[in-house]
Design a protein around this ligand. Sequence first.
Ligand SMILES: Cc1cc2nc3c(=O)[nH]c(=O)nc-3n(C[C@H](O)[C@H](O)[C@H](O)COP(=O)(O)OP(=O)(O)OC[C@H]3O[C@@H](n4cnc5c(N)ncnc54)[C@H](O)[C@@H]3O)c2cc1C
Length: 262
Amino acid sequence: MIEAKLSKNYTSQIIENIKIWKNDSLFSIKTTKDASYNFQPGQFARLGLINQNNNTLIWRAYSIVSAPHEDFLEFYYTIINKGEFSKILLNLKENDNIFIEKSIWVLNDKSICWTKYKEKNNKLWLIATGTGLSAYISILRDHKTWKYFDKIFLIHSTKFLDELSYKKELEILSKTNKRFKYLPVTTREKSSTISETRITSLVMSGNLETLTKEKLDPESSKIMLCGNPTMVLEMRKILYDRGFYTSKQHITGNLAMERYWI
Ligand SMILES: Cc1cc2nc3c(=O)[nH]c(=O)nc-3n(C[C@H](O)[C@H](O)[C@H](O)COP(=O)(O)OP(=O)(O)OC[C@H]3O[C@@H](n4cnc5c(N)ncnc54)[C@H](O)[C@@H]3O)c2cc1C
């Protein structure tokens, strides 16, 4: 009944694959996708699941991991202890149904029109904590991204090394595409390559620029921040002080942000 009522605004898809990145904690799903379902990399959709206890539909926002050209939809998620939606996510099985909103949302101009950045010598810095990585995978998989930027750097911070999901895919991309560099940062475990344990200190120490051999300058850089609100707000302050700015009515910014919670 719920399905029939909502079919105008939502599509019902089948979960074809569930990948466990970390037991009981980090997962990704691949679902079927309607041919008419369009989106831009960097966008998110609300997912809907039925709480069997009271037969209600619950909705939560999730960034789309898959690229627009892929014939499936992919989402990457963490299980929140005592989270209402997480409880249902944890019990998902392959071939289960999931509702996916038809209207796609863009928060804080994360999908700014990038044509402005087609000029040469442009750098894209993708900075994420935890599952904030999701949208960046879509951006990196999308062929168009590589027309707009000369170089792309991905800085992904997690607590532990085994939470660096998609690492293999990103390392392969790093090896095969000289224009891309992957910089994982772990806050509670020592990484073999990067001494800093926080994104903010990596930037403040100047080590980010040393490791990438590139300047984090507002003239030729565009930065995206995604994930933990504390990281996003701290980085915003650091970047504002360096001359970065978010989009205003008629001005396209060079800094875009998405906080996964408040
Ligand atoms: C635009 C947008 C895009 C999002 N994309 C993703 C995504 O791709 N993957 C994903 O896992 N989540 C994503 N989220 C967050 C996702 O919507 C929440 O994980 C979801 O609300 C969890 O629902 P819940 O009912 O289980 O827990 P809730 O009761 O809604 O959350 C409880 C608490 O858990 C913490 N929390 C919430 N989300 C996270 C998180 N992702 N990581 C760590 N702590 C968190 C917060 O402190 C929050 O107050 C996104 C949120 C927004 C706003």
